[in-house]
Design a protein around this ligand. Structure first.
Ligand SMILES: *[C@@H]1O[C@H](CO)[C@@H](O)[C@H](O)[C@H]1NC(C)=O
Ligand SMILES: *[C@@H]1O[C@H](CO)[C@@H](O)[C@H](O)[C@H]1NC(C)=O
Length: 335
């Protein structure tokens, strides 16, 4: 009698233990670091996005920076996102590299841009000293600078997931040409990538924010010079689709671009116009998906509330090139 009565309790206990174990396994990979960004007191949030910029002011970098300052003031921005390729041609060699001052601190001087800058690394950054760009010493030199490999910014109505995309791209490993990449911290590569994919998936699944935005340097969908990044299309895109991400924002192609996927609700936004542009080689793309392409310099803004998300692209003179917005999730419209 006693043992029979015990059975259900034992069963419940063993289920309980397996659940605990499952959770323990699930979270055995390191979680992505999380940073908290408070929204405005009215619950809204706005920010600018610029990519592919650090050229000591040349190729219109300074012009774009001046305009970002003006637009940043109009929108009362909360922060700036950089989509990577922060310093050309080969990243920085140490935290004291003059590039940091000459391409960042002395360029983005407007008062509206004295906000946190959330950065990711691009392939050009990997050609320098990666630890230098990740070093907290840069924050002593310029307190705006925030750069980790992969991380999440929790801003209440939106969670923004920053993903280190350079290690996914085969050609940097297989045919690096005369470039030397700093893979310290990335090898063994398969382990690094598998952990990263799991961490991003888990972080997206756990997100309870109204909006989900993923930021990486490399393209997933693009008609620009570099085009589609096959490795990300294969390995990262399914995770974004499964987790109903709203926006994927990248740089790498030196242009401004908006592609709406016909297969998912994800908007693919390229903001890589921070300096050198005008590549002149745009591939054909399904007109049902291609909503906007500008082969020149500029940047993007995002303004969101719980109910609405608005994206605007600007050229280096502040001319609005393209607007797009969505209410809730699903139907969208050009404004
Ligand atoms: C700077 O911007 C102007 C206006 O968009 C453009 O005509 C010019 O070619 C740009 N210069 C460079 C070096 O990209
Ligand atoms: C941002 O969006 C909110 C809500 O949609 C709106 O109230 C606010 O005016 C917008 N801000 C700007 C600067 O457009």
């Amino acid at each position: 009698m006693d043992s029979l009565r015990d059975k259900p309790i034992k069963f419940i206990y063993s289920v309980f233990c397996s659940v605990i174990l499952l959770f323990a396994c699930k979270y055995s990979t390191a979680e992505l670091p999380r940073l908290v960004q408070p929204p405005k007191s009215d619950g809204t949030l706005s920010f600018l996005v610029v990519g592919d910029w650090g050229r000591r002011g040349s190729y219109n970098q300074s012009q774009v920076a001046i305009q970002m300052g003006r637009t940043g003031k109009d929108l009362n921005i909360d922060f700036v996102i950089s989509t990577g390729d922060n310093f050309y041609d080969d990243g920085i060699i140490s935290p004291y590299d003059s590039q940091f001052q000459d391409s960042f601190t002395r360029i983005y001087t407007a008062s509206s841009l004295q906000k946190p800058w959330y950065n990711v690394l691009g392939n050009h950054d990997y050609r320098g000293n990666v630890d230098a760009q990740l070093s907290p010493m840069l924050r002593d030199l310029d307190c705006r600078w925030i750069c980790l490999r992969s991380y999440v910014v929790n801003a209440d109505i939106v969670d923004i997931f920053f993903v280190d995309t350079t290690p996914f791209v085969d050609k940097y490993f297989v045919e690096p040409k005369d470039h030397v990449y700093d893979w310290s911290g990335v090898l063994p590569r398969n382990k690094y990538l598998n952990n990263l994919l799991t961490d991003v998936d888990v972080a997206l699944q756990e997100s309870v924010a109204k909006w989900k935005i993923v930021v990486g340097h490399h393209t997933i969908k693009s008609a620009g010079h570099h085009g589609i990044t096959k490795e990300l299309e294969k390995q990262v895109l399914p995770i974004l689709e499964a987790n109903e991400v709203d926006l994927y924002i990248n740089g790498h192609d030196h242009c401004l671009e908006h592609i709406s996927s016909v297969d998912s609700g994800i908007q693919f936004l390229t903001s890589g116009g921070g300096s050198k542009a005008w590549k002149g080689d745009v591939a054909e793309w399904d007109p049902k998906e291609m909503r906007f392409y500008y082969d020149g310099q500029g940047f993007m803004s995002v303004n969101l509330s719980e109910a609405e998300l608005r994206v605007v692209f600007y050229d280096g003179y502040g001319r609005v090139l393209h607007r797009w917005s969505t209410y809730e999730k699903g139907p969208y419209s050009d404004v």
